[in-house]
Design a binder for this molecule. Structure first.
Ligand code: DPM
Length: 357
């Protein structure tokens, strides 16, 4: 980091660092916050934000889970990275596949905010809870994960697709009489400044969150060490370890946003606890298990701290590689436990039913 600062500070490198972002308001807010953090670390560097539309932003009428293309929100941004038109790209980690195309890596995962899902009620139901809504009230979500778990927890409610960016969804909720409430990530709502609209935060008992939810990721060219080192200053080790475990769980299950896979993770006294679940679309068939692993090793001193290997798409410079490997194996082992209990069949049927929808 010192050499970086010296270079920039001396004015020898006056290069502008270009930061790619999607054009939605949430994406812009997320990118601005990452650029602010980078400016704090590198006061002499110059940043320029380059906004782009992606396929995911253009297809607004189809549920994410139906489009099937994993790199929906990332492809155009990766093309720009590849062509050196931008040097780093900010994403919601949960929108990034567990295997990135060759040549790219996630160089930072920032400190995670509240990873839970939240309920936003129609103004006429302000003060309600999902529990207290009348029978057959319609809840808007296009997330198979949210619908499956909430059908299970609240069998008196109905669930329908709602697409579009956060602004569109909130507008649809408030201005039409179709939905009694919608489900969104608490972190996204807070970033948009809409925290006051959160009527209920869903506990992990009733609704486990999506892999990587609530954390911002910075994608870079894997071989661009200058930028990789720069962004690694934003990395939060605890968040990285939790997200590596979650992503490893997802990868081993061969999950994605077209199947109901859900997680929660926490680090407590150097133990990483990972809970994972797979579910049928209607929530009737549900497998959930928790596993833990120790993250501390007696011979930690001798390992290379700057191992730049990728762990489920993440290069975590400065995070002990043994801890990363433990997190990765925890995710794999938990997935294998669920697979041994029938997860494969549940996901296969869910995939087929979703394709036929
Ligand atoms: C993914 C899902 C959704 C987004 C699927 C899921 C929600 C789709 C929907 C993979 N990406 O969560 O089960 O509700 O129809 C997305 C949001 C954020 C990142 C918005 C949200 C912001 C929060 C964050 C869309 N991606 O989930 O409310 O940084 O985690």
């Amino acid at each position: 980091m010192e050499t970086l600062k010296a270079k920039d500070g001396a004015g020898e490198r006056r290069d502008v660092i270009r930061v790619g972002t999607r054009k939605s308001q949430l994406a812009r807010i997320q990118t601005d916050s990452v650029v602010e953090m980078l400016k704090q670390q590198f006061p002499n560097a110059h940043f320029e934000i380059v906004a782009m539309s992606t396929t995911g932003d253009k297809i607004l009428d189809t549920a994410l889970s139906k489009i099937g293309e994993k790199s929906l929100f990332t492809k155009e941004l990766e093309n720009a990275l590849e062509r050196n038109e931008v040097d780093l790209v900010v994403h919601s980690l949960k929108d990034l596949p567990t295997t990135l195309p060759l040549g790219f890596t996630i160089g930072a995962v920032c400190k995670r905010e509240n990873p839970c899902d939240a309920v936003v009620f129609h103004p006429k139901h302000a003060g309600s809870s999902l529990e207290s809504l009348p029978t057959s009230s319609v809840i808007g979500t296009s997330s198979l994960r949210r619908a499956a778990q909430l059908k299970r927890a609240y069998p008196h409610l109905e669930f329908r697709d709602i697409r579009g960016n956060l602004n569109t969804r909130l507008k649809k909720l408030d201005e039409q009489n179709m939905f009694s409430a919608i489900i969104l990530a608490a972190a996204g709502l807070r970033r948009m400044g809409w925290e006051s609209r959160i009527g209920q935060i869903l506990s992990t008992e009733e609704c486990l969150y999506a892999v990587g939810q609530g954390a911002l990721a910075v994608e870079v060219r894997a071989r661009d060490h200058h930028i990789l080192e720069m962004v690694s200053s934003l990395l939060d080790p605890q968040t990285v370890l939790c997200c590596v475990a979650e992503r490893s769980f997802m990868r081993q299950l061969e999950g994605g946003c077209s199947v109901p896979v859900a997680v929660s993770s926490v680090i407590h006294d150097s133990q990483l606890y990972l809970t994972g679940a797979v579910s049928s679309l209607d929530g009737s068939n549900y497998l959930k298990e928790t596993m833990e692993r120790c993250l501390i090793f007696s011979d930690e001193g001798v390992e290379r701290a700057d191992d730049d290997a990728q762990h489920v798409g993440i290069t975590a410079l400065g995070v002990p590689c043994k801890a990363l490997q433990s997190a990765e194996s925890l995710g794999r082992d938990l997935a294998n436990l669920l697979l041994s209990k029938g997860a494969k069949e549940i996901l296969l049927v869910a995939r087929q039913l979703n394709d036929a929808r």
